[in-house]
Ligand binder design. Structure first.
Ligand code: 5GP
Ligand code: MG
Length: 175
């Protein structure tokens, strides 16, 4: 859309890096000896996952699951689809889900059920951003980067209609 406003920086890449360093020590304390399986939710978490694992200095494995609850607009359809299945065996693993942003919480509610059926040793959640005002179902975020007001965000992996994922900062898209 040509009338779309320019993205405005809300959280800079420097602030993100500082927060990821803080999260990494919490995560290290909990997972250092557990060889955890980090499962990122595609596509939005790819940048957060890359920056997070770079500062985790212990054995771990990385996989991704594709989940889609959004069409081309800015509102959740409420329906979650698996668009890419993780290849890793989840049974008896300590799973840490890595998510870009929690909105209604429906995606994570779905994923928790999906993973628990596979009998992991544990499932916890690390989310970069939470929009608590938007939750429709209860969500427990074990490791959280930032809490933000109810705005539509782009950048640092987050898209609007597949655009803006490459912006280094988390930005607000008004309009
Ligand atoms: P939920 O199921 O919690 O409503 O939605 C979670 C997913 O919706 C996120 O993983 C993300 O892909 C997308 N989402 C939620 N809020 C935003 C936002 O502000 N901007 C973008 N680009 N995606 C969002
Ligand atoms: Mg997502």
């Amino acid at each position: 859309m040509s009338s779309q406003a320019e993205p405005r920086v809300l959280i800079s890449h420097k602030e993100i890096a500082v927060r990821i360093n803080q999260l990494s020590s919490e995560i290290s304390n909990a997972y250092r000896d557990k060889n955890p399986l980090l499962i990122g939710i595609l596509k939005g978490s790819f940048m957060f996952m890359a920056d997070l694992v770079r500062v985790l200095d212990f054995p771990l494995e990385v996989d991704f699951i594709g989940l889609s609850s959004y069409g081309e607009g800015k509102e959740s359809s409420g329906k979650v689809r698996v668009t890419h299945r993780p290849g890793s065996e989840v049974r008896d693993r300590h799973v840490l889900v890595v998510e870009d942003i929690v909105d209604s919480g429906l995606t994570l509610a779905f994923l928790r059920e999906y993973l628990l059926k596979k009998k992991p040793a544990s499932v916890k959640l690390c989310a970069l951003i939470d929009k608590p005002d938007r939750h429709q179902v209860p969500v427990t975020i074990d490791y959280l980067g930032f809490t933000v007001p109810n705005k539509f965000l782009v950048g640092y992996g987050l898209d609007w209609d597949e655009k803006y994922r490459n912006l280094p900062d988390i930005c607000v898209l008004d309009g």
